[in-house]
Design a protein. Structure first.
Length: 168
């Protein structure tokens, strides 16, 4: 390689790395003060709608109440996890709202805002059955982040036929 080509390659690489580093610095963290950021809440909401399809209330207003309660309980769930788990969840919810994370990890081409429940469900199924451990691990994390908060809420019990805990 000629000296001029080597210098051009070095300068070009430095510019690309600086731009990539600047782009990463602009990403909003997945967790802010131990709670889901706004983009992370949107992702978890859309994932919950797909994972809980058929379990969520059919009425739009009741479904909205149920999803907001799930998101609030998810924040409480996160607060009860060790710092290492919170760091991993923050990384996951930092990546998933981005186009690269949505397409690369989830396999969803439509933006989170406009993706249908069926599209998100299909993408999640692809993650679950993927041969890539990272995708499977991300799916399992999302599954736990949806199911634990949802099924611990009283509004989900009636749908499941669970009368609630018995008085002792």
């Amino acid at each position: 390689m000629q000296r001029r080509s080597f210098l051009t390659l070095g300068i070009g690489s430095a510019i690309v790395l600086a731009a990539a580093g600047g782009a990463v610095a602009l990403l909003q963290p997945g967790l802010v003060n131990g709670k889901l950021s706004a983009p992370a809440r949107l992702v978890l909401r859309r994932v919950a709608q797909a994972m809980l399809a058929g379990t969520l209330p059919v009425d739009a207003a009741a479904q909205e109440v149920s999803l907001l309660a799930l998101l609030d309980r998810a924040d409480n769930f996160i607060a009860g996890t060790p710092p290492s788990v919170q760091a991993e969840l923050s990384q996951l919810f930092t990546l998933l709202p981005t186009m690269a994370g949505r397409r690369g990890i989830v396999g969803l081409s439509a933006p989170w805002e406009s993706a249908t429940v069926a599209e998100v469900g299909e993408a999640l199924q692809g993650m679950r059955t993927s041969g890539t451990a990272l995708k499977q691990q991300a799916y399992l994390g999302l599954h736990d982040m949806v199911c634990a908060p949802y099924f611990s809420g009283e509004e989900s019990w009636a749908v499941l036929g669970y009368p609630g805990p018995t008085a002792v």
